[in-house]
Design a protein around this ligand. Structure first.
Ligand code: WTA
Length: 658
């Protein structure tokens, strides 16, 4: 928690403007009575059960909650199916309603009605069954944002298999590690995907990963381009490979969903923590779906005629909860776009909003800051009048970006919901309800009804007004159920700080109005362009390079990304001369190495060569000091350093270089 951020927030609080919901918005809002907060607090379990009742259950639960900290079971004894809830139950009322409208980066458009999506998911689910996938198996998905990725997720859910989606921007090695950890049986991928006019060779990357994944029995491949174009020699077809289009063409569009236990694992999704190894967060079916359904309906004020666009990729939790499960469980029309926001030009998003008449738009602050930089003339040149609500997620939104978003995208008429949550929480936790909560730019406002969030001090005592650690003090339906294969880490990471209380890893402040202001991570996790990356992961990738002896990574301020990565490296003496002979090339090589090991999102912005690293007497790297150095600030307190001269020389060298 940087003091600077706290000071900035204090200054802001003095002059904060309030943005109350307009009378017009409130009049039509899905929730317009603040009594919901109290109703939920007075009978939390009854309130959540009320939401769960809005889903379809094949067998109703016997008990709403079983809580043996830190293990929760929600809707115990109930049976349901997530794909049935996202598809079948809408068929009677809206078979012809559009479920997905997709635009590829080159401009190709495809759409699926609920009827069509249901048929395609059923066909693919039948195909997966024939490939031997059954209840409880894990299936890895490594795809661009194409409709088939959503079909793949829902087809897994239909037969009770758990998906493990790996972001298409991750490297082959990152994919390999995640497949191995989950022990996935089948991998679903695509020949390629478009990014800034280029084709990312996903199948090739997948092939390289699978070589070291003995559990994979089959690889299913979606042909991304037209058949004629894809028949190039970059795509090799092995004996274990199956073409998606061939599989589904043979299957029937009837597939009885497998009714699973409410606590059956729906998916695992890997996210970064404070060690070098990403952890597979486990979400189960009944509680997760309830949380996604409820928050989508109230936070986005979703109506039957909305065209809803969440710009997240399905490789992240936002894509799981707010591209797939939340909106489809609500029977919404979901718009998705495959490519980059600046392709072919920097107005692509606004062109898409205008063309597809998007009404709800949910994106990340890093994107908003990029739009600000590209200039307001771009949104101005498009008709954005279809928009009625805007959302933000992934990192704190700075008030300047909030105001810009409000004026230039929202036309000063759309409420903005700044939603705080995590892969672990499954669904939105702190957020305005747009019909009742007045917003303050930069604040995520209040916990969603039914969520008990508090700011605690180190000892676990609540802070009424002021800063501390953000904690969730009562269980909630969409909470993580564990870390795949590592219950110990689950208990230690989230529940050890204060018994029975969930520790988020975030610092926050609460103001006199009870509004929450998120301050960022308090652990060794960076938030780079809204994506979580552990410092240790990048450090492990760096020391894997033959020339590197030791590495320390810190997050530094970045105008667009919020945080960028700076890496301090100690070069092995045997490699030092070669490195120094062409420093620029050496730095490039290291950056590329990290990119190859993890993915482009982890590529360091800055590499700083050093002969030593500042450590405390107990040997812990002093990251705060490194951050000061990398950002060119004056040195802080160095008295706890084992060797204070180390830092002084580091800083000198850094200042000479920059
Ligand atoms: C950060 C993404 C401030 C936070 C949904 C959290 C936010 C981490 C916000 C989770 C927000 C997310 N304001 N910070 N509205 N939303 N964060 O797991 O640090 O990828 O712990 O989930 O992002 O990132 P994750």
């Amino acid at each position: 928690m940087a003091d600077e951020t706290e000071n900035a927030i204090d200054a802001l609080l003095q002059e904060t403007r309030w943005f109350p919901p307009s009378d017009e918005f409130r009049a039509k809002a899905n929730v317009s009575n603040d009594a919901v907060y109290e109703t939920a607090r007075n009978d939390r379990e009854g309130y959540w059960a009320g939401w769960a009742e809005q889903l379809d259950w094949q067998t109703k639960w016997d008990k709403v909650l079983e809580w043996e900290p830190p293990y929760a079971k929600w809707f115990v004894g109930g049976k349901l199916n997530a794909s049935h809830n996202c598809l079948d139950r809408h068929l009677a009322t809206k078979p012809g309603k559009l479920a997905i409208v997709w635009e590829g980066e080159p401009g190709d458009v495809r759409s699926y009605t609920y009827g069509e999506l249901h048929a395609e998911v059923s066909r693919f689910a039948n195909a997966l069954k024939k490939l031997g996938v059954t209840l409880g198996d894990r299936v890895a998905i490594y795809m661009p944002l194409v409709p088939e990725a959503i079909v793949a997720m829902l087809a897994c859910a239909r037969i009770g298999a758990a998906h493990s989606v790996v972001f298409g921007g991750f490297s082959s090695e990152a994919l390999r590690d995640r497949i191995q950890d989950a022990g996935a049986k089948v991998l679903i991928t695509a020949t390629s995907g478009y990014r800034r006019g280029n084709l990312v060779p996903l199948k090739k990357l997948a092939d390289a990963a699978v070589v070291e994944c003995p559990t994979i029995e089959h690889v299913v491949v979606v042909m991304r381009r037209a058949a004629a174009d894809e028949a190039d020699d970059t795509v090799t077809v092995n004996a274990r490979d199956r073409w998606y289009h061939e599989l589904i063409s043979r299957e029937s569009a009837d597939c009885e969903p497998v009714w699973v236990d409410s606590e059956q694992m729906l998916y695992t999704l890997y996210t970064s923590g404070t060690t070098g190894k990403p952890k597979g967060i486990i979400h189960t079916t009944g509680g997760y779906l309830t949380g996604c359904y409820a928050t989508t309906k109230w936070v986005f004020d979703l109506k039957d005629d909305d065209v809803y666009w969440c710009t997240a990729d399905i490789g992240w939790v936002t894509g799981h909860s707010y591209v797939v499960y939340g909106p489809l469980a609500n029977g919404a029309t979901v718009f998705i776009y495959e490519g980059a926001p600046d392709w072919p030009k920097q107005d692509r998003f606004w062109q898409l909003v205008e063309k597809h008449k998007v009404t709800i738009f949910y994106t990340a602050p890093t994107a908003i800051r990029a739009f600000m930089k590209w200039g307001e003339s771009l949104p101005k040149s498009h008709d954005l009048s279809s928009l009625r609500l805007l959302g933000s997620v992934g990192e704190p939104i700075n008030p300047e970006a909030w105001m810009w978003y409000h004026r230039n995208i929202g036309g000063e008429r759309c409420p903005i919901v700044d939603t705080w949550w995590q892969t672990e929480t499954g669904a939105i936790m702190i957020t305005p309800l747009p019909g009742i909560v007045a917003t303050k730019p930069g604040s995520a406002t209040k916990p969603f009804p039914g969520i008990e969030a508090k700011i605690l001090n180190q000892q676990g005592q609540p802070v009424e007004v002021g800063g501390g650690y953000l904690a969730i003090t009562e269980p909630w339906p969409s909470m993580l159920r564990g870390i795949w294969g590592d219950p110990e880490r689950y208990e230690k990471q989230y529940w050890a700080k204060w018994p029975g209380i969930y520790f988020t890893g975030d610092g926050a402040r609460v103001d006199a109005d009870g509004y929450f202001w998120l301050l960022g991570r308090v652990d060794d996790v960076m938030n780079v362009a809204g994506h979580r990356i552990g410092t240790m992961e990048v450090e492990s990738a760096l020391v894997d390079h033959p020339a590197i002896a030791e590495a320390a990574v810190v997050g530094i301020k970045h105008e667009i990304k919020g945080t960028a990565i700076a890496a301090f490296v100690i070069v092995k003496s045997s490699a030092i001369d070669a490195a120094k002979s062409n420093l620029a090339a050496f730095e490039q090589e290291l950056k590329q190495h990290v990119s190859d090991k993890i993915g482009a999102i982890a590529r360091p912005e800055k590499i700083l060569l050093t002969v030593d690293l500042p450590k405390t007497r107990s040997g812990k790297i002093m990251r705060r000091l490194l951050r000061d150095i990398a950002e060119g600030r004056a040195l802080g307190d160095v008295t706890t350093l084992a060797d204070p001269t180390v830092v002084a020389s580091l800083k000198e060298r850094y200042e000479e270089e920059s």
